[in-house]
Write a protein that binds this ligand. Sequence first.
Ligand SMILES: Nc1ncnc2c1ncn2[C@@H]1O[C@H](COP(=O)(O)OP(=O)(O)O)[C@@H](O)[C@H]1O
Ligand SMILES: [Mg+2]
Length: 327
Amino acid sequence: MGPAVREWEPPVTDEVIRTEGLTKVYPGDIRAVDGLDLSVGRGEIFGLLGPNGAGKTTTAGMLTTRVVPTSGTACVGGIDVVAHPVAAKQVIGVVPQTNTLDRSLSVYENLYFHGRFFGMSARTAKAQAQRRLEQFRLSDRAAQPVMALSGGMAQRLMVARAIMHRPATVFLDEPTAGLDPQSRLALWEVLGELHREGQTILLTTHYMEEADALCDRLAIIDHGRLLALGTPEELKASTGADTIVTVQTRPDDLDRLTQVLGREVPGAQQALRVDPHVVVQVRGADRIVPQVFAAAERAGIDITDVSVAEPSLETVFINLTGKDLRE
Ligand SMILES: Nc1ncnc2c1ncn2[C@@H]1O[C@H](COP(=O)(O)OP(=O)(O)O)[C@@H](O)[C@H]1O
Ligand SMILES: [Mg+2]
């Protein structure tokens, strides 16, 4: 017999993910994702950044065939995920939010059988599993039951499993939510390593620091809509500010302080009330803290706290939505 004929040959493309007008309306007219156009290139770490309820999980769900779109199209690795869900699953790796490791199998077996399930030969599956365990610093745990793993280790094993079959892209939905800081850093390292190997990665997060640290490009979304798209640097530069001053006062004085600082701080582009703070975006001014105190004092307002920082993705989000990204 000759070689098996593949039923579906995905077209060769450098665009690994593409959505056009991707929309999901849940029963009750809940528009979770609303006309999303995305394009992710080979080798990118691409982020979907948005607050709770923004539509991140629904978007990832549609791209990974778990959620059926209401309208629009989504392609992964050149394969239309709605028309060809079985073929699409072959080119997709998914790291779920909950622990879905097989508890009846050892750490090594979780990788090995995943590889076998995706059609790898015994020899290849064994070699790949060993390589990934080493890479993710899990080799000494290979024979242990997965129950013995810490949360961070289980997470790394799920990443290793997701990429066992060499998917065109791997999806991670809020991968570090609930991880302790050390495990979070360990996962960032793992993702950085996969990135250097050329693995395309789509991750969702509501942590702006994570999006900033990891992503080549990101989409800021809210209410299922794309609000901004670009590299972290582009997005931060789009604020036009070079300094962000965050000021706290008594709740009763917040409105008045917002007006005063927006009007009187030299270089202030705008001041926004973002409870419980006033956020002032400044460009090209020095000695900014004394200026803020002076302006407040002239208006007879007490300041209880001031901090100064560079523009962040938080600033971008505040400008786009008028609200804070934090819960
Ligand atoms: N299965 C569902 N049925 C009805 N509404 C849903 C369902 N899943 C999510 N939603 C709603 O869709 C919106 C987007 O949710 P989700 O995609 O989970 O956002 P995120 O992951 O950004 O927090 C929210 O308003 C949420 O309540
Ligand atoms: Mg979610």
